[in-house]
Design a protein around this ligand. Sequence first.
Ligand code: GTB
Length: 216
Amino acid sequence: MPPIITAFKSSPDRGRGLARDMRVRWAFEEVGQPYEVRLVSFGEMKQAPHLALHPFGQIPTYEDGDLALFESGAIVLHIADRHPGLLPGDADARARAIGWMFAALSTVEPPIIDLQIAKLLENDKPWAEQRLPLVEERIRERLGQLSNRLADADWLDGEFSAGDLMMASVLLRLGDSGILEEYPNISAYIARAEARPAYKRAFDAQLAVFIAASNG
Ligand code: GTB
């Protein structure tokens, strides 16, 4: 039986591939492994059966036999570790690819999440107008540094790896903010990631959930 992951029954991103099951689906597609998806509602996420899998009541989770995991980074790393295709064979290159995964999740993603919080949850606060440019500036600082490091390379460290999968997933959350366009090499990097057949299969699979939910 293939591993089972969880995803939103009705994703607030309306099928744009921004929820964190997308990066796990993408990892499965890159390594050519089948997986199943159990869809959960916001209510179900906060109930005991799901909380037993995920202490914070979120998606995605991963179950394979006796193993249950939460945290998209841990799940993608586990998939990449188990199957060839997402981590280099050379031990040093593998360690660097894992380093890029952590950089994506702990250095680049936090200010991007801050922007979404500022725009969606704090936009009615009296200080919202002053805070937004500060948050945007922190993102620009990171993207400028990332852009310098990427330079004219296709991927962050040699061949495409789980580090690129995670970095592209995180950057895609900037969506229509207009910030990505300021960094042409990062925009091209994201376009290369989105053009990968595995990305497209994962994207189509999560979009199909949204379309089915909209029709049902
Ligand atoms: N650090 C965890 C991980 O990487 O797995 C974070 C998991 C997480 O935030 N999951 C979110 C969730 O379950 C879904 S992805 N939220 C429900 C809750 O906390 O109650 C976050 C997300 C949601 C919506 C959009 N969107 O609409 O664009 C994008 C991303």
